[in-house]
Ligand binder design. Structure first.
Ligand code: ATP
Length: 203
């Protein structure tokens, strides 16, 4: 297994990059998808959240009302810390389990973790950073993802800065241009991955 981190700010294009890496054969471990799975009805994480925050975080069908949770922790540091204490260890355990499953394979495993630049992960051969001017990320979040502009800016402001992220990069994907350019950037990343695999085999 070659384990590689993938990170970038909100709306930078992590999913667009990871899906293109998957097309080239990589196995993607997506932290956001794992969060959603662990917060599904019947899961222990959702039960613990209801115990802490009450039934008001549930929609009528019993699924999680994400906006209600976002509203509850907004401006409440203690609530945000409690939420993190419930969700983060479970997510880390599940990521670790999926990575361990791949340990004895020849696969390239991409860890798509939004906060990787902040938290790190043991055993990664390097980190791919998806980079673009945050103004372009704001535009795309508004145009394609239905964000209010102020909300997009507020979310970006709470994350690591562009410079902090780039300082941790082994290889950078420039996603400031069109999708054709992104495809070429992903080819460049795949060449870097192949060079890492060769180095790993020869070590
Ligand atoms: P999040 O942080 O919310 O997980 P993300 O980093 O995974 O987001 P994407 O969902 O891949 O980002 O991209 C954000 C939006 O911008 C999507 O709607 C995507 O289709 C679009 N997008 C990504 N790259 C480009 C590009 N080069 N040109 C135009 N649109 C793009």
């Amino acid at each position: 297994m070659l384990l590689v981190g993938l990170t970038g700010g909100i709306g930078s294009g992590k999913t667009s990059v990871s899906s293109r890496l998957a097309e080239r054969g990589a196995v993607v471990v997506d932290a956001d998808a794992i969060v959603r799975e662990l917060q599904a009805p019947g899961q222990a994480v959702l039960a613990a959240m209801v115990e802490r925050f009450g039934e008001s975080i549930l929609l009528p069908d019993g699924s999680l009302d994400r906006q209600a949770v976002a509203d509850l922790v907004f401006n409440d540091d203690a609530a945000r810390a409690d939420l993190g204490a419930i969700v983060h260890p479970a997510v880390r355990d599940e990521i670790a389990r999926r990575v361990l499953d791949q340990a004895d394979t020849d696969n390239v495993v991409i860890l798509d973790i939004p906060l990787l630049a902040e938290s790190g992960w043991d055993g990664i051969a390097g980190t791919i950073v998806v980079d673009l001017d945050p103004e372009i990320a704001v535009q795309r979040l508004v145009e394609f993802r239905g964000f209010a502009e102020a909300d997009a800016r507020a979310r970006i402001a709470t994350q690591a800065s562009r410079e902090e992220r780039l300082a941790k990069a082994s290889v950078v994907v420039d996603n400031s241009l069109d999708l054709e350019h992104l495809e070429a950037e992903v080819d460049k990343v795949w060449a870097w991955i192949e060079s890492q695999r060769t180095a790993q085999r020869d070590a």
